[in-house]
Design a protein around this ligand. Sequence first.
Ligand SMILES: Cc1ncc(COP(=O)(O)O)c(/C=N/[C@@H]2CCCCNC2=O)c1O
Length: 439
Amino acid sequence: MDGRTLQERDRQALSALQKLRFFPLSVTAGAGCMLVEEGGRQLLDLSAAWGAASLGYAHPALNLAVAEAMASQAGASILSSTNAPAVELAEKLLDLVPGSDDRRVWLGHSGSDANEMVARAVPEATRRPRIMAFSGAYHGGTLGSMSISGHFAQEGVEKHRGLILVPYPDPYRPFGDDPGGGALLAHIEHLLQAEGTGEEVGCFFMEPIQSDGGMIVPPPGFLSRLSDLCRRYGILTVCDEVKVGLGRPGRLNCFEHEDFTPDILVLGKGLGGGLPISAVAGPSRIMDHARAYSMQTLHGNPICASAALAVLSTIEADGLAGNADTVGRVLIEEIMRATSSTECVGDVRGRGLAIGVELVKDGTSEPNPDLARKTVFRAWQLGAVLYSVGMHSNVLELTPPLILTESQAKFAAETIAQAIKDAHMGLVGDDDISDFTGW
Ligand SMILES: Cc1ncc(COP(=O)(O)O)c(/C=N/[C@@H]2CCCCNC2=O)c1O
């Protein structure tokens, strides 16, 4: 090309509207957990593109599945014709996802369109117009999914009429100073008891680990007790596992850690292994309540459905949920060991390979977003890719490919610890990150 770098061409050609940049990463190739950037440097990807590259990059099973699907392309969607990969994927998901009712699967492109469909279909099918959700939750970037989200990135968008947002149970910053979550459950029940409210709420959106809100793991038993409360009021539980599902948390479904089975499960990101596909599994009284109701031209295309089938079979065949559990424990332990002498790490938490490292002002629990931005910038300089999340943008999010090895986890921990120390010492200046606003 004309001598300009990819970053320069990116700035002059791609819209800023969809950029969430933390450092000048220009990717030219990838394999396994490694990304290759312009100029040839290799970096360890601890984000997997916000959890989408569940099998890492250029995985042979994915390559084969996509090539075979393309070679005999069975149409391009399931709107007006069906195809075997889409049907097989739906059957596979109904087999893998526990549930009692007669259920159906809806296939979409993204977590956003999946959550948007649920937020539209449940109120209409149940005639219960209100929705409950958690503050801090990121359920999507489309109007409908933003309207039922509670993350600051979705402020300024009109919320779903009658939306009730409640705090997420955060043992590190507990509601009512009750890390066990009992005070919060009482608060939620009080809201439901208010004049007929409980009967007006059709569903409650929840993440079993609140990811963009800060990789927050709820206290043991909270979601199971919340699920019981919802059931008492006839409220459907919608479990958004777009980022933390499909083996990432050390179990196939993250809700399995929480001893409850949701009425509706939303999947995305890692389902396609880097190709755009999402899925909703739910009761047929919701999922079949209308025809031609929530569709997009390429929904259920056989290429992405084949990719998803390859992802699911690889997760099962290679025991990737177990690998996430084992390697995730190593990663957390190594991060804790490598940062034990620093006072700016407030909390290290997670399940499997869904991990958050909360950065705070020394010796306090006060969020430190500036340190987080400079740490992820420094980590990139040192050869690791990770980003920050949280309602205070002070939590390092680790969602690496599920194929991460223990030795890569040890390198990751050392690199993260070094990046925190370097950033804390001032090796990254404000001008280094001025072009990279993050959230
Ligand atoms: C729990 C959960 N549910 C739904 C979504 C929306 O998924 P899409 O971005 O595929 O539409 C997401 C997306 N999360 C954002 C995507 C935008 C960039 C910031 N990082 C994320 O992981 C999510 O984490």
